[in-house]
Design a protein around this ligand. Sequence first.
Ligand code: UFG
Length: 355
Amino acid sequence: MRILVTGGAGYIGSHAVKELIRAGHQVLVIDDLSNGHKKAVDHRATFIRGSTQDSDLIVSKIKLHEIEAVMHFAADIEVGESVTDPYKYYRNNFSNSVLLLEALNTCGIKKFVFSSTAAVYGNPELSPVKETAARMPINPYGRSKMMTEMAIEDGCHAYGTGYTILRYFNVAGASVDASIGEDHRPESHLIPRILCAAREGTVVKIFGTDYETSDGTCVRDYVHVIDLARAHVLAIEKIIPGKGNIYNLGSENGFSVQQVIAACEKVTGRKIIIQQSPRRAGDPPILVASSKKIQSELGWKPQYPDIESIVAHAWNWHTSHPEGYETEMEETHDPLTETASEEYRMAETYRYLGE
Ligand code: UFG
């Protein structure tokens, strides 16, 4: 299939691009590089720097590249920032998604995969969380994703656009060859923060040690980014126009912050210096997914369900890229360019390769 990936230069999007190409698909990435890194984009994909709010760009590129399906990753992802700057989240995550959906509708696209989040559940009553649990987000980030989910569902009903919504739990890890990985600025996620502390000998703060969990720290469900990316491939290959589906993506195993720190110490062989700190606003005590639905309906089977593989791959990435994508590396391929002529040349190349 010819697939447009928005946000394909981001952490999860870039892994999905790699897996789509590995599965034989042709990929066009549109990313404004506000959070992503051009170096993260597989060189076999066509890259265009642009925004999902630029409807003319989206429509013209979909037509030029004869796009058949779209995966939408482009979004802001900081829960804390969404509380202090909610309009940014409603604009980028919701309004821009609606603009994108309208543009896709103009082009007759009927296959759409959306990057959603466990944050739409808020503080779920039952664990592990099933897809049927109520959407009750507790922060603007979660609400912006929930509102987009609703727009997609209504669009399916009205225009017959088939969709799959994937709700991610805690994504971590990196590619096995450590060529791409997590490089958020600032970094707020637990595993990269612990690994940074392991490398630099700095302190990791544990946000809350008085939760009602086995050791008092929050419990999360960690899923390897490669397994997550492969779920997107399964999802897009099975979408039926006019039909919609929602799947959780987690491993069904909960790990407390303390347990994650212990796993990081084991993998790195280094002692992590911790500091017990107050709770972080908006953190649910326990978030663990039931991912039975995607396993039975799409045949998804995580290849790296254990926390130590996730941490080990992340550690390889962080130690080989101490400055993230700004680490000086030897170029292994021609740098991508954003010029129109290059884009046309690549479009021609992949059309040729596809024959
Ligand atoms: N934590 C620490 N210290 C840190 C960083 C995190 O103790 O330095 C704790 C957090 O308080 C939380 C756990 O580690 O209890 C995991 O935190 P992350 O920031 O890694 O991930 P979150 O669970 O907050 O967020 C993830 C996704 C979000 C999504 C959310 C759903 O990254 O996009 O799950 O609740 F919205």
